[in-house]
Design a protein around this ligand. Structure first.
Ligand SMILES: C[S@@+](CC[C@H](N)C(=O)[O-])C[C@H]1O[C@@H](n2cnc3c(N)ncnc32)[C@H](O)[C@@H]1O
Length: 311
């Protein structure tokens, strides 16, 4: 683990207040524990009642938050993917989430600013980018093994990179002679390949975002868990989600929309068999961080919060 766990909790008050969990004797879940900022706020609201299950795949986050939250008795911290929440809760004999669940998708500030984990183009280290340090796929594997068209796909779809074809070509050409092992080797390739601009964002930002999403299967995981978890909420249970970029928010918006439709049956179904909507949206438009929060933590300007109630 890096010497210190750095974190900044985005929209802490708004996200936790959306759960209405003050003094509630119910089950709550934080699917993305990170530095434990949202979990701690939930625990403060619960004031010793109910129980909170908090998940993270990153052992740094788990170790840090276990220490941070050791004074609270009604939390169970689980080092597993949020895609396995239901399996873990069922092992505890829980059949429904009657309180609510939150997700704060994306990477933590700690991960993004780590000097050794390969998420940042600022530090020279191995191309890694795994949230879960035990998983097999790394950014190095992708850069050196993926076919050129697969690289083009992830750079353009997950990074919205304008020069994905050129960058993928340059990567494939470079790796014929030497393995691309480090962040600075990758930076060099990107820098040489794309035209210099006055853009405020670093030339490697989009490729790094794309690699991180692919390494951690981020978008597929978000879609999978949202579809899986909504039916597991008890009627009245709340789901509240923070997404950091438009690709994540698009999925949340679409799944919430689909789940709140009056009828979710296939178009050619002669009669409605779906049982009607599963969710009611709390706000039609997403909530955004306050001006004050954006001033203190400028990257939070991209965050969107969506909340819905199980009906
Ligand atoms: C933005 S941070 C959460 C920050 C947290 N809300 C706080 O207050 O400090 C996102 C966290 O989600 C974790 N994460 C990403 N994918 C995950 C998954 N599939 N299962 C569980 N945790 C995941 C990351 O490791 C990271 O720690």
């Amino acid at each position: 683990m890096d010497k210190m766990y750095k974190h900044y909790t985005v929209m802490k008050k708004e996200l936790v207040e959306s759960l209405n969990c003050r003094n509630q004797d119910k089950i709550y879940v934080d699917g993305t524990l990170g530095g434990g900022g949202h979990s701690e706020e939930i625990l403060k609201h619960l004031d010793g009642k109910g129980i909170l299950f908090s998940f993270d795949v990153d052992i740094d986050a788990i170790n840090y938050s276990k220490k941070r939250l050791e004074g609270y008795k009604n939390i169970k911290i689980i080092n597993d993917s949020y895609t396995n929440i239901i399996e873990n809760l069922e092992k505890e004999g829980i059949k429904q989430i009657d309180g609510g669940i939150i997700f704060d998708f994306g990477a933590s500030y700690h991960q993004l600013t780590s000097e050794s984990r390969g998420f940042s183009f600022k530090y020279d280290c191995k191309l890694d980018m795994r949230f879960n340090q035990n998983s097999v796929l790394t950014a190095c594997e992708i850069v050196n093994k993926y076919k050129e068209d697969e690289l083009v796909y992830i750079f353009s779809h997950y990074g919205e990179e304008h020069y994905s074809k050129r960058i993928a070509r340059a990567i494939v050409e470079t790796r014929k002679n030497k393995k691309i092992e480090t962040t600075f080797m990758l930076n060099e390739i990107i820098k040489k390949t794309i035209p210099t601009t006055n853009s405020r964002i670093h030339y490697a930002t989009r490729v790094y975002q794309a690699l991180r999403i692919e390494v951690n299967n981020e978008l597929k995981n978000i879609k999978q868990i949202l579809y899986k978890i909504v039916p597991f909420l008890k009627v009245g249970g709340i789901i509240s989600v923070l997404s950091f970029h438009s690709l994540e928010d698009k999925i949340v918006k679409e799944v919430f929309k689909e789940m709140s439709k009056q009828c979710r049956c296939e178009i050619n179904e002669p009669k409605c068999i779906c049982g009607g909507p599963l969710l009611k949206l709390v706000n039609k438009k997403p909530l955004l961080p306050s001006k004050e929060e954006i001033k203190i933590n400028p990257p939070s300007r991209s965050v969107k919060m969506r909340t819905a109630v199980r009906i």
